[in-house]
Design a protein around this ligand. Sequence first.
Ligand SMILES: Nc1nc2c(ncn2[C@@H]2O[C@H](COP(=O)(O)OP(=O)(O)OP(=O)(O)O)[C@@H](O)[C@H]2O)c(=O)[nH]1
Ligand SMILES: [Mg+2]
Length: 358
Amino acid sequence: MFGSLKDKLRGVKEKLGLTIESAAEAAPEAPLPAGDAPAPGLEEKGMGEEAQAPEEKASKKKSTFTERVRVLVTEREVMLGEKDVAEPLQELEIVLLENDVALPVAEAIVEHMRSDLVGRNRKIGASVDTLVMDTLRRALLTVLGEGFSLTGYIDSHERPVKVLFTGVNGTGKTTTIAKIAQYLRKQGYSVVIGSGDTFRAGANEQMKTHADRVGVKVICHQEGADPSAVLFDTVQYATAHGVDVVLADTAGRFHNRANLMNQLEKIRRVMNPDLVVYVDEAVAGNDAVIRAEEFNNAVGTDAVVLTKADMDPRGGAAISIAHTIGKPVMFLGVGQSYDDVIPFRPEDVVDELLREEE
Ligand SMILES: Nc1nc2c(ncn2[C@@H]2O[C@H](COP(=O)(O)OP(=O)(O)OP(=O)(O)O)[C@@H](O)[C@H]2O)c(=O)[nH]1
Ligand SMILES: [Mg+2]
């Protein structure tokens, strides 16, 4: 998962680390006594040059550090200027964009890193790596949002909790429903599935096969029936039998197909879902982000599932989608078996992205 981005991030981390190291090394030869260091505030206002002791100024390599670094070395404390970090951060932005991170999200990450690194005294201590990793980690976490715990939601809401799955064709809605059904059953919740794709030939059979394999009841009508009616019946069944969760499948559709979007609107009215979940594939990168936004505008979205993350070396959609549409990612699909679904926990995703060994 996200192999290409991980590799590239490793390069950026190294470069940023080297930049910080060289900023520290280029400081005056003899460390200043702590009391003689110019105050950080002066540096931020660009007054450091004037405030600097003449001997310190003389010992600096002018070509490298004019208006560039206000480096103070006091037990390896370093103060970084805008220009110190400009090049590695530009490189980071390019790496993010090349890996399908949406432009505003890449900018937000870079901006967060810049404000985190620049203009403050940094005790780099033994490990520049740690400084770089921590900064990158914080920047990624700000755009990944908080995630969404489905079980937490179920526990705090009246049952049955009704979850409606939407999205374009072939992205993994039906498979995801089977995976989530299995996940919820393993956590002790009872589940019923509504086979709301009455449009595509063979969709009922596909859903039934999945449901049988994960041991969950499925409510079906005939092909061509009104999906609202199927899902209404599914909710009735869940209420009558004390079932905890309704998972409602729908036919794949594009947001610009007015009749199909109206049908989805009717489904919403009739089954009154607690959560509308948008499913798309991580491998679609920016397209997934754009489509998610369109669905969110057209029928609303409460949470997102990104499938096929196992086949996505870039990770751009996973990083961008929550920040772009303002709705959390709930699960990642990571393979073809029923256990291949993992709750989206931003900390785990960042760990994966910054993990050193393959
Ligand atoms: N590698 C991988 N494949 C997946 C994942 N999720 C779904 N798939 C595959 O994607 C294909 C489409 O999955 P479906 O569940 O039928 O997709 P759908 O959105 O219901 O499709 P329509 O009902 O036609 O719109 C199947 O071959 C799935 O096995 C995943 O997380 N990883
Ligand atoms: Mg389907």
